[in-house]
Design a protein around this ligand. Structure first.
Ligand code: CA
Ligand code: CA
Ligand code: CA
Ligand code: CA
Ligand code: ZN
Length: 685
């Protein structure tokens, strides 16, 4: 009290920033002797700046100094807020960094406090592992005793909002001169309330129980501990000689140290995590639940320490529930993996959400990232990443299965209700089979994890959700006749893979229409591994590539085909479509309505006489191309193999092909919709 101390703030900037100010907030116990000169300065990239100030202990008590560098532009230009806990006492021995050990104080909830409700429903954690009531009072009166009860509620705040603190251990004690008796034990309910009853007999001559209550930051699955590893305790005043049959109401209580509301906030994140996590324990298959300790406040970086089954949490980290839940995710993995975490090394310490890491590091962090997202039910984490909205070509993101943010985004897209075009179209249950695979296996990488999913993870929809997050575990987007797919440039990654299955012993065609100024190519493979190439269509920029297959010849049995779109030049959306409808072009002609996204239609025409086919558009926007394909040179034919074509007439104009078969055969009449929409009318003569 009354003495001064030097406060040194070090600021390191990773970019050149102008007009930076340092905001330093002092707790009630401290006052400025000399404030730092810390407004409107320039921070240089890579350089450390020091600010010196002097503070004086003005009152006794605990609190925190909070420091943040702000630019007026928000994240990511502002620094994270940083806090230091401290206690000012009457003398030097009672003054130190950190909060004092032993029972913490409680205060009344402000009378006008408005109580908010938690988003996540309450799930009782039970009373296992809590201490059992005991009584060493001598000379209990025989027979049935009168019962008395104690009730109360437990709250914390986030700014102006007040929340009930749930599943918090409550101990009801009787204060005795020698040793106190534990009368009742339990946890707060979904409203932060408790009500426990006990025999109101304080032993011979003792009268009624002399009651006090302790809230203890411990239950069977998690705890918040001080630097002596003891769970924090918040202790109430003693109410002596409670009357028989009375209910003692302690009313609505909060921690008296305003900084300790952060402990209750971290507590609530653990409560949300436990409520979300399937099963009674963190590991659903455990019977003896592991307790994950949260050591707070400690250090400058949140981390999980596998050897201690403990999270180390800096003072202000509870303000970011996703970070707390991320660290809990490490704890859950450590539990499920039987204390055998994936083999990570020191390079993982500097991991960044959007950057590629070693596979074990990316999997460990990516799983924890995802666990954090589902617990807080929010994929956008400013200052870290928007885990939902990123895909191929997103700026500042690395690609592939060894980027933690891609892993978290992929797992998220497997169950979230919001589907981003073009590939997040899967929505499974949360957490669904992903959690079963996690519980049943030990994985050193996301790739191994996915292999362990087996057939369960191989649906095109799931692989598409992964592909949206730049993870390609053999994705072949499914094409069905007449259902075109329109997606961005195949670059990055450079190519897109597809699959279709022929249904008819006729001509079928896969066609890819690039943007006017871009050149992409179309390849066709016979096998899922895409090693057996059947054909390659390499028309120039703006020209539709197509590959036609005659399923009648060369032993082309009906079955699976694998088209690939390869990037050559330019950028922009392309459209790919398969036509395989087993249609004969009637002698009387045919009609086909084609929308702006429709690309291809094919008819078989069988005969041996000279034939003339004309396609006439109904709309001035429509630009047709007409081809005749023959399997005389092979069953798989590309655009340039056509035996007749008509492509040069402009929009709104008819195209006509004429051909003379050498003998009876079935030809493929291929109509490409180069542009526009309307009805094409085909006439045969
Ligand atoms: Ca007593
Ligand atoms: Ca997404
Ligand atoms: Ca999504
Ligand atoms: Ca034309
Ligand atoms: Zn982590």
């Amino acid at each position: 009290m009354g003495e001064t101390a030097t406060l040194l703030v070090e600021l390191k900037s990773s970019a050149l920033l102008k007009d930076v100010s340092l905001q330093v907030g002092l707790p009630a116990a401290l006052a400025w002797e000399k404030a730092p000169a810390a407004s409107s300065f320039t921070a240089t990239a890579g350089l450390t700046k020091q600010f010196k100030a002097t503070v004086r202990a003005a009152k006794t008590g605990s609190g925190a100094i909070r420091v943040q560098a702000v630019t007026g532009r928000g994240l990511p230009f502002d620094s994270d807020p940083v806090g230091v806990a401290l206690t000012a006492g009457d003398d030097a021995a009672g003054s130190f960094l950190g909060f004092r050990k032993g029972p913490q104080g409680v205060a009344e909830l402000p009378r006008d406090a408005v109580i908010s409700q938690h988003a996540r429903a309450y799930e009782p954690v039970g009373t296992e592992k809590l201490p059992v009531p005991f009584n060493d009072d001598p000379d209990h009166a025989p027979g049935i005793q009168a019962t008395s009860c104690v009730t109360g509620r437990w709250f914390y705040n986030i700014g102006d909002a007040w929340f009930p603190s749930r599943n918090f251990e409550v101990q009801v004690w009787d204060e005795d001169s020698i040793s106190d008796d534990l009368l009742a034990v339990g946890v707060t309910d979904g409203n932060g309330s408790f009500r426990f009853c006990f025999e109101n007999d304080d032993g011979l001559g003792g009268g009624g129980q002399d009651v006090y209550v302790k809230f203890v930051a411990f239950n069977q699955s998690w705890s918040i501990v001080d630097d002596g590893d003891d769970p924090y305790e918040y202790q109430f005043e003693v109410r002596p000689n409670i009357a028989d049959g009375a209910t003692l109401d302690y009313g609505r209580r909060i921690p008296s140290n305003p900084e300790h509301h952060l402990a209750l906030r971290a507590w609530e994140t653990a409560n949300d995590a436990a409520a979300w996590t399937p099963g009674r324990c963190w590991d659903r298959d455990d019977t003896d639940c592991r307790n994950i300790g949260i050591r707070w406040p400690l250090g400058n970086t949140a981390r999980y320490v596998p050897g201690d089954d403990q999270i180390e949490l800096p003072l202000l980290t509870p303000e970011n529930p996703w970070v707390v839940a991320h660290e809990l995710g490490h704890g859950v993995m450590d539990d499920v993996y039987k204390d055998d975490m994936p083999d990570i090394d020191d390079t993982c310490r500097e991991h960044v959400v959007t950057r590629a890491e070693k596979p074990a590091c990316a999997w460990t962090e990516g799983f924890a990232d995802w666990y954090g997202l589902v617990v807080v039910d929010e994929p956008n984490q400013p200052g870290f990443a928007d885990f939902e909205n990123h895909t191929w070509g997103s700026p500042n993101w690395d690609n592939g299965p060894n980027v933690e943010g891609r892993i978290a985004g992929a797992l998220w897209d497997l169950h979230d209700p919001v589907g981003e075009p073009p590939w997040d179209r899967f929505q499974g249950p949360e957490p669904g089979a992903v959690w079963e695979t996690f519980l049943d296996n030990h994985s050193e990488s996301f790739e191994e994890f996915w292999r362990q999913r087996g057939a369960d993870g191989q649906s095109a929809g799931q692989l598409a959700a992964l592909f949206q997050n730049t993870v390609d575990f053999g994705f072949r987007d499914g094409l069905t006749s007449g259902s075109e797919i329109s997606v961005p440039s195949p670059n990055p990654p450079g190519q897109h893979n597809y699959r279709y299955d022929t249904q008819f012993r006729f001509w079928s065609v896969v066609a890819m229409r690039p943007p006017t100024a871009a050149d992409y190519e179309l390849e066709l493979y016979d096998d899922n591994a895409m090693t057996q190439q059947l054909a390659r269509s390499v028309a120039g920029a703006g020209t539709t590539d197509f590959i036609a297959v005659d399923s009648n010849v060369d032993g082309r049995v009906l079955g699976d085909y694998y088209p690939r779109v390869v990037h050559r030049l330019g950028d922009g959306n392309y459209t790919i479509e398969v036509s395989d409808s087993g249609k004969i072009l009637p002698v009387a002609g045919d009609q086909r309505v084609m929308g702006p996204r429709d690309v291809v239609e094919v008819w078989d025409h069988c005969g041996s006489t000279q034939t003339r086919v004309t396609v006439t558009p109904s709309d001035a926007s429509q630009d047709a191309e007409l081809f005749v394909m023959s399997s005389a040179g092979g069953a798989v034919r590309v655009r340039t193999d056509s035996i007749a074509r008509s492509v040069d007439a402009g929009p709104g104009q008819p195209e006509t092909v004429e051909f003379t078969p050498p003998g009876f055969d079935c030809f493929g009449i291929v109509l490409i919709n180069k542009a526009g929409s309307g009805t094409y009318t085909l006439t045969v003569s």
